[in-house]
Design a protein around this ligand. Structure first.
Ligand code: NAD
Length: 262
């Protein structure tokens, strides 16, 4: 199947590790040019260096929650490659910097406003800023593909984890925003979809497994009895960005091994 992605400029946020890193590799193997964006300078440098052995890469260090930082990164990318064809927006955080209970999570009644605001600004405001910046170039060329990353936390409360309110609210916002953008930008040949992973085998997905009994509970809640593989996320992101998915827009694709099915 020719995905039509060879030579396309694909901007991937949160590409230093986890789902973003895996997606970057999958798109690179497809022959796409990869712009690796992450807030971690060291992480984005390493990822870009490794990916450059597969395809052309361009490294960007930016904080997706900051307008000036996003605009600077995007204009640097446009100077380099003139266009953005695909945005895969993976950058996100699960909790704020102060949200630390004995097991890493504080119950909602103890969540500080600063933590609430940090999670909302990275996950939701970041999605707005990246989508807006990428869409300008896509509107000019009357073609584009955007894949945002939400979560099953937008649909169900995660059993066994307290304090995920800011995260759940931010990801619910990502799904709603995705639908609005899909409708507004349909006329320009841009599709906008979201993917909602369940628990995936990345640093974020396994962090809570150190809590006593949590790993067993987590796996028992997934009908397939296993975490998702980042490869499975990358394949879905690539499909939504492919030529074949041209009529799919405003969709939220759940990849959770059945977590939300029962
Ligand atoms: N792993 C899971 O189980 C899971 C489940 C549901 C949804 N998700 C979502 O998938 C996405 C990727 O998750 P992951 O598991 O790869 O996480 P991860 O923590 O392994 O990687 C996230 C990456 O985003 C970067 N990042 C964080 N804040 C940033 C910012 N302000 N600006 C730029 N980059 C920033 C980090 O440096 C890191 O490289 C996130 O949006 C997450 O909410 C993950």
């Amino acid at each position: 199947m020719d995905t039509g992605l060879a030579g396309k400029v694909v901007l991937i946020t949160g590409a230093a590790r986890g789902l973003g890193r895996q997606a970057a590799e999958a798109f690179a193997r497809e022959g796409a040019r990869i712009a690796v964006l992450d807030s971690s300078e060291e992480g984005s440098a390493l990822a870009a260096e490794e990916l450059s052995e597969i395809s052309e890469t361009y490294r960007l260090t930016a904080d997706v929650s900051r307008e000036d930082s996003v605009e600077k990164a995007v204009s640097s990318l446009l100077k380099q490659w003139k266009t953005i064809d695909v945005l895969i927006h993976c950058a996100g955080i699960a909790r704020g910097p102060e949200q630390k209970g004995p097991d890493g999570w504080l119950p909602m009644e103890q969540v500080a406003l600063d933590d609430w605001q940090r999670v909302l600004s990275v996950n939701l405001t970041g999605t707005f800023l990246l989508n807006r910046a990428a869409a300008r170039s896509m509107i000019d060329q009357r073609w584009g593909r955007i894949v945002n990353v939400a979560s099953i936390s937008a649909m169900v409360a995660n059993r066994g984890l307290a304090g995920l309110g800011p995260y759940a609210a931010s990801k619910g916002g990502v799904i709603s925003l995705t639908k609005v953008l899909a409708v507004e930008w349909a006329a320009y040949g841009i599709t906008v979809n979201s993917i909602s992973p369940g628990y995936m085998a990345t640093e974020m997905g396994v962090r809570s497994q150190t809590m006593p009994g949590f790993k067993e509970l987590q796996l028992s809640l997934i009908p397939q009895g296993r975490l998702g593989d980042p490869d499975e996320f990358a394949a879905a992101a690539m499909f939504l960005a492919s030529a074949q998915a041209g009529h799919i827009t405003g969709h939220n694709l759940v990849i959770d091994g059945g977590y939300t099915a029962w």
